[in-house]
Design a protein around this ligand. Structure first.
Ligand code: IPM
Ligand code: MG
Length: 431
């Protein structure tokens, strides 16, 4: 599916169809066994491969959720016959502490050289002062820009057993399955000029919303491709009644549309879209939008899933590695410093981000699906981190667990799924 050299379009369409060995840093992981699946693996999947990953635990709860995510990935590797070589890199507040800067050039280079980047969270309240010159978040923006991660994919699904966890009425959550495609390297986050100065009327401030047509077109095209692999509906979100940037955005969507006659396209204004996301969330399939709108709408959409701790993301670029598209994989939640170090954070968003990494960057879609199924199975088995319990109140059958025990439950479900797949002689893990 993700053969190097294949056009981006087919990679995107293939990856969008999915949804839904132990090692230590610096050590090569030997592959525990060769896959014995009767089914051919996708073209780019390299049986027995050792993927070179940069892992960025980051700040706050980042190290805990990443530890859980790594154990799940290692388990998937053991079952599907691949391994990992991990290189841990300090980025964010921890890097300011260690090196005086949030992202060193050599660490950026390591991220660029890896097959993919597995990222926890960054952000530290010690640097929240608006006057602070160095902030952890600068590192994330520099990474996105420096690695050319122009598209951020945020799938929003509601696990059936968590429907009661959302403040949104259960009946409205039936059929919710959307993919938010957020432009990630342009717009207000990067436009120049940006900054505060002193003017004749006191302090002045400016941020710039800048896009080139090429930047808009590539993310819009990707969204069309992704819609093609799904329910074939694309919602482009803008503020074209006010912003020039949105008018060009809308024009380009219209220009690209004839190339995709099979896709139904609609335009929505961002304010109205914010309302519909809660009132009728099931109407959305693929949403494509600019950087800041995507940031805001995806946090809003996470409410549907019951917790911010449930939503993964993939940030991908145009560049290929030996196995797929280069990318960075992170939960959409932040570093949650208030609960850091307490083993209470929900690791599922990070675990699901690992699944997206297997699909998009590593050419292992079967392993990705197995992880997604294992997450659903662990939840169906009653395992709940405190954020999920808090959302519904404790229910009979709930097994309240911490971060690592939740990751263990996913590993156990993954291994159990592999055993039953082998027993049934079906395709997939552990054959
Ligand atoms: C996100 C986050 C980041 C963003 C912050 C941490 C800079 O909110 O990934 O959604 O605004 O992009
Ligand atoms: Mg955000």
């Amino acid at each position: 599916m993700t053969t190097p050299g294949q056009p981006l379009d087919s990679v995107a369409a293939a990856a969008s169809r999915g949804q839904g060995g132990s090692s230590t840093e610096g050590e090569r992981t030997s592959n525990v066994r060769e896959p014995r699946s009767a089914d051919p693996t996708p073209a780019s999947a390299d049986p027995g491969a050792t993927y070179r990953l940069v892992v960025v635990p980051g700040d706050g709860i980042g190290p805990e959720v990443i530890a859980g995510g790594r154990r799940v990935l290692e388990a998937a590797g053991r079952l599907f016959g691949f391994g990992f070589e991990w290189q841990k890199v300090l980025i964010g507040g921890v890097a300011i502490d260690a090196y005086g800067m949030p992202l060193r050039d050599e660490d950026m280079a390591a991220c660029a050289a890896a097959d993919a980047v597995y990222f926890g969270a960054i952000g530290d309240p010690r640097y929240d002062d608006p006057k602070a010159k160095v902030r952890p978040e600068q590192a994330l923006l520099a990474l996105r820009k420096g690695l050319g991660l122009y598209a951020n994919l945020r799938p929003v699904t509601v696990q059936p057993v968590l429907r009661g966890s959302s403040p949104v009425r259960e009946s409205l959550l039936e059929g919710v399955d959307m993919l938010i495609v957020r432009e990630l390297t342009g717009g207000l986050y990067f436009g120049k000029p940006s900054g505060q100065s002193d003017g004749p009327n006191g302090r002045e401030v400016v941020d710039t919303l800048f896009y080139t047509e090429g930047e808009i077109r590539r993310v819009v095209k990707l969204a069309f491709e992704l819609a093609r692999g799904r329910r074939k509906k694309l919602t482009s979100v803008d503020k074209a009644n006010v912003l020039s940037s949105s008018r060009l955005w809308r024009t380009i969507v219209e220009e690209v549309k004839p190339e995709y006659p099979d896709i139904t396209v609609e335009h929505r204004l961002v304010d109205a879209c914010a309302m519909t996301l809660i009132q009728r969330p099931a109407v959305f399939d693929v949403i494509v939008t600019e950087n800041l709108f995507g940031d805001i709408l995806s946090d809003e959409a996470s409410v549907l899933a019951g917790s911010l701790g449930m939503l993964p993301s993939a940030s991908i670029c145009e560049r290929r590695t030996a196995y797929g598209l280069h990318g960075l994989y992170e939960p959409i939640h932040g570093s949650a410093p208030d609960i850091a170090g307490k083993d209470v954070a929900n690791p599922l968003a990070t675990i699901l981000s690992g699944a997206m990494m297997l699909r998009w960057s590593l050419g292992q879609p079967a392993a990705a699906e197995a992880i997604e199924k294992a997450v659903a199975d662990a939840l169906a088995g009653g395992y709940r981190t405190p954020d999920l319990v808090a959302a519904t109140g404790e229910q009979p059958g709930d097994k309240k667990v911490g971060t690592q025990a939740m990751a263990d439950a996913v590993v156990a479900a993954l291994e159990a799924g592999a055993v039953s797949a082998a027993g049934a002689g079906t395709k997939g893990a552990a054959q």
